[in-house]
Design a binder for this molecule. Structure first.
Ligand code: CTP
Ligand code: MG
Length: 231
């Protein structure tokens, strides 16, 4: 049985959470590392559960932690937990495989983006509902970006006005994501990249600074401060 949140919702969210968190340093799988005393995954799932359109949440957890994650999330929200895979794409595919009939919008959302506001979850879902088959939240790039060669010799500056940083949740019409995963030949790209290869246009919507991906220790410290300030 797949657990349900809002039975009238039209959105299923897949939460890849099976990564090791190598860049965060020693301390166990990243999704279970704590932020203000609670695992990143708990923060992420709580925000998903607060989004009114969400019908189903499926978490792909580290294989050795599935039972633990199930118990830890049970008091937070009714979610389904499956074992993830060796690559993020395999974790997403494992979660997609157990989405029940019903939701026609599927969002893919990194557990590592633990402070993502419920409003962003709704705005991505709304853009899919409005007819865009693939939707990504993006931010403008603020730094000057340069190409370099193998010896760290600076080459040209890239025109940043044409660049965007891409966040999650990424949103899809369900059939489009399922077809892209069925056709996926390698794991070098994100879900929107897979869909784009199928010739589906990808629509950008404004992202949120709060949806930062907690990757390195600095990000965890920043997230602690944001949470303390009311994020
Ligand atoms: N992820 C996953 N399965 C994997 C690898 C990653 O479900 N085999 C998830 C992570 O748990 C995370 C999201 O994909 O929520 C984004 O990945 P990333 O931020 O790179 O997390 P990690 O792979 O855990 O971190 P690192 O690359 O530093 O090891
Ligand atoms: Mg990774």
């Amino acid at each position: 049985m797949t657990a349900q949140l809002n039975p009238r919702g039209d959105v299923a969210v897949l939460v890849p959470a099976a990564g090791a968190g190598v860049r965060l340093g020693p301390g166990g799988p990243k999704a279970l590392r704590t932020l203000a005393g609670e695992p990143l995954l708990v923060h992420a799932v709580r925000r998903l559960a607060a989004a009114a359109s969400v019908h189903t949440v499926v978490v792909a957890a580290p294989a050795a932690e599935v039972d633990h994650v199930r118990r830890r999330l049970a008091p937070v929200a009714p979610v389904t937990v499956v074992p993830g895979g060796a690559e993020r794409q395999a974790s997403v595919a494992a979660a997609l495989a157990v989405v029940p009939a019903g939701p026609e919008i599927v969002l893919v959302h990194d557990a590592a983006r633990a402070l993502t506001p419920s409003d962003l979850i709704e705005s991505v879902a709304a853009a899919v509902r409005a007819g865009h088959d693939a939707v990504i939240p993006v931010l403008p790039v603020v730094d000057t970006i340069r190409r370099v060669d193998a010896g760290e010799q600076a080459l040209g500056t890239v025109d940043r006005s044409t660049l965007r940083s891409v966040q999650t949740p990424q949103g899809f019409r369900r059939s489009v994501l399922a077809a892209a995963h069925a056709a996926a030949a390698d794991s070098l790209t994100d879900d929107a990249g897979l869909v784009e290869r199928q010739g589906v246009p990808v629509r950008c919507v404004p992202g949120s600074e709060y949806a930062l991906k907690i990757t390195r220790p600095f990000d965890l410290t920043l997230a602690e401060h944001l949470l303390a300030a009311g994020a």
